[in-house]
Design a protein around this ligand. Structure first.
Ligand SMILES: [Zn+2]
Length: 440
C-alpha cells in the first residue's frame, strides 16, 4: 500500500530550497516522495495519516559526498610501531594494511555499523569509495544490501590501484564492472568507477580502465586527486602537467566524475574541470588531520565544491562546523569564510542530482522524502536570519530520520534493525581485524 502521511506542527529548514525557512508548517509524503510543503495547519486530506511533531525542526536528509565506510572499524585502532611522518607513509602504514586485512565478515560489519552511524546523524545519502583488495568480489553488493535494509541512497565504487599487483587490479576492475551492470538502472543504489589515485595507477592501467569503459554509457569515475603534493609530483615525473592533465589525456574525466580533494591542482586544472562539468568534493577535517594543506577558497567557489568527510566522521553538520573553524584559523581578521552550509545543503544536492535518478537534498515537492527531525529546544530565538548559526553550533543528534518516506529512526530508536546487535558485531570484527594487522 502506498505510504501516505502528513508531518505537521514542524519548523522547516531547507537552506537552498525556494521556501528555506518556515517557522510552523507541514510536509506531505506520498510514497517515497515529498508531495507538498506548506505553512500553518495542514489541509485535511482523506486517507493521509497525520503526525503532530509538536514543534520539532526538520532538515533535508543530509548527503555525504565522499567517505570510506571500510574505515569504520579503525576507530581507536593502535598506531603503527613506526609512526608515519608524511602522507604517503600514512597510507603505507595505516590505511593500506587495514584495507588489505578486510574480509567478507569485517566488510559487512563496516558497512552495517558505518551506515547506521550515518543515519544516527541524519545522513541519508552516502557516496562511498571502497577498498578491500583481498576481498573484492561481492564487496559492493554487500554495501548495496546494507543500504537497502535502511532504505538509504548509496553510490558505490571500488578503488582501483596497482599497489597490490596486476591480479588484484583486475579483480577490482571486475568488481566495478559487475556492480555497474547490475545497478545501472537502480534509482537509489548507484555505481561509479573507483580509482584510488593517479600515483598508484600506471599509464597502462589508466588505458585499460578507459578501454574497458568504451562501450558503456553514463559512467563516471570517483578518484582522489592532488590530495598531497606527492600525487602532483608523480604526474609531473611521468611527463604530465598535473594529475588532472594525466586523467584527461586518458579520457577519464566527464560530467559524472567525482574529483576528491584537489588541494594541489593548478589553475588550469580548475578551468578544465569547470569546462568538463566534473564535480569537486572538499573534505576539511581529513585534510587537517593529514596536514596536506587547505583547499583554496577560489577553487571551492569556482567549482561549487561539495562536502565529504573522507571517513573521518559520520556527522555532516559537525564536518561543516569544523571546516569553518579550520579555515578560520588560516584567515586574516575580517576576511569572509566559506559558507560550509552551502557546500552541504546546496552543492551536495546538485552533485547527488548528477548521480541519483531522484532529486535529493531539499524539502520541496518532487524530492525524495529523506528527512531529518530534531527535537531542538534552542536557548535563543531561531529565525530565518540566524538559523545557520544554530545548525553549526546548536544542533546535535536528530530524534527521527525518514528515508524514502519510511521512518528508520523514530524517537531516538532505530526501527528496523537492532543498533546494539550491529555495534556488538562490529566490535568483534574490529578485534579480529586489528589482530590480523598485528595491532593488538
Ligand atoms: Zn578519500
Amino acid at each position: 500500500m502506498l505510504n501516505k502521511y502528513i508531518l505537521s506542527n514542524l519548523r522547516i529548514i531547507s537552506p537552498f530550497a525556494a521556501n528555506r525557512f518556515i517557522d510552523r508548517g507541514y510536509v506531505v509524503i506520498t510514497g517515497d516522495k515529498i508531495s507538498a510543503v506548506g505553512t500553518g495547519n495542514p489541509p485535511d486530506i482523506a486517507d493521509f495519516k497525520l503526525y503532530d511533531l509538536q514543534g520539532k525542526t526538520v532538515l533535508p536528509g543530509m548527503i555525504n559526498a565522499h567517505t570510506h565506510l571500510y574505515s569504520t572499524l579503525a576507530l581507536g585502532m593502535p598506531a603503527p610501531s613506526d609512526p608515519p611522518i608524511n602522507f604517503v607513509e600514512k597510507l603505507e602504514r595505516v590505511w593500506w594494511p587495514l584495507d588489505r586485512a578486510l574480509d567478507a565478515d569485517s566488510i559487512n560489519a563496516s558497512f552495517s555499523a558505518g551506515l547506521v552511524e550515518c543515519l544516527l546523524y541524519g545522513v541519508t545519502t552516502v557516496i562511498d569509495h571502497h577498498s578491500s583488495p583481498n576481498s573484492a568480489s561481492g564487496s559492493l553488493e554487500s554495501l548495496a544490501q546494507a543500504a537497502e535494509q535502511l532504505n538509504m541512497n548509496v553510490a558505490a565504487a571500488f578503488e582501483l590501484s596497482d599497489r597490490n599487483g596486476s591480479r588484484l587490479f583486475q579483480a577490482g576492475l571486475e568488481e566495478n564492472l559487475d556492480f555497474l551492470q547490475r545497478y545501472c538502472d537502480h534509482p537509489v543504489i548507484r555505481p561509479l568507477i573507483g580509482l584510488h589515485a593517479s600515483f598508484t595507477l600506471s599509464d597502462e592501467s589508466l588505458s585499460t580502465i578507459r578501454q574497458t569503459l568504451g562501450g558503456i554509457s553514463g559512467w563516471g569515475i570517483h578518484i582522489h586527486v592532488a590530495e598531497d603534493k606527492a600525487d602532483h609530483a608523480d604526474a609531473v615525473r611521468l611527463g604530465y602537467r598535473s594529475v588532472i592533465d594525466r586523467l584527461n589525456k586518458f579520457g577519464l574525466i566527464n560530467e559524472h566524475s567525482l574529483i576528491i580533494h584537489g588541494i594541489h591542482m593548478l589553475p588550469e586544472d580548475v578551468e578544465l574541470l569547470e569546462e568538463l562539468g566534473a564535480s569537486l568534493v572538499h573534505n576539511p577535517t581529513s585534510n587537517a588531520n593529514n596536514r596536506v594543506g587547505v583547499l583554496s577558497t577560489a577553487t571551492i567557489t569556482t567549482l561549487s565544491a561539495g562536502l565529504g568527510t573522507d571517513g573521518m566522521q559520520a556527522n555532516m553538520l559537525k564536518e561543516a562546523k569544523e571546516g569553518t573553524l579550520i579555515r578560520s584559523n588560516s584567515l586574516p581578521g575580517g576576511a569572509p569564510n566559506v559558507d560550509y552550509l552551502q557546500l552541504l545543503f546546496e552543492n551536495n544536492a546538485r552533485i547527488a542530482g548528477k548521480i541519483f535518478t531522484d532529486s535529493l537534498g531539499q524539502i520541496q515537492p518532487g524530492d525524495r522524502a529523506d528527512l531529518t527531525l530534531y527535537d531542538y529546544k534552542s536557548r535563543t530565538e531561531i529565525t530565518e536570519a540566524n538559523y545557520g548559526a544554530h545548525l553549526l553550533f546548536g544542533f546535535e543528534r536528530p530524534s527521527d530520520v525518514i528515508c524514502g518516506g519510511i521512518f528508520q529512526i523514530r524517537d531516538n530508536k532505530l526501527i528496523n534493525l537492532d543498533e546494539m546487535e550491529i555495534k556488538s558485531a562490529a566490535r568483534i570484527q574490529s578485534r579480529k581485524l586489528w589482530h590480523k594487522m598485528n595491532r593488538t
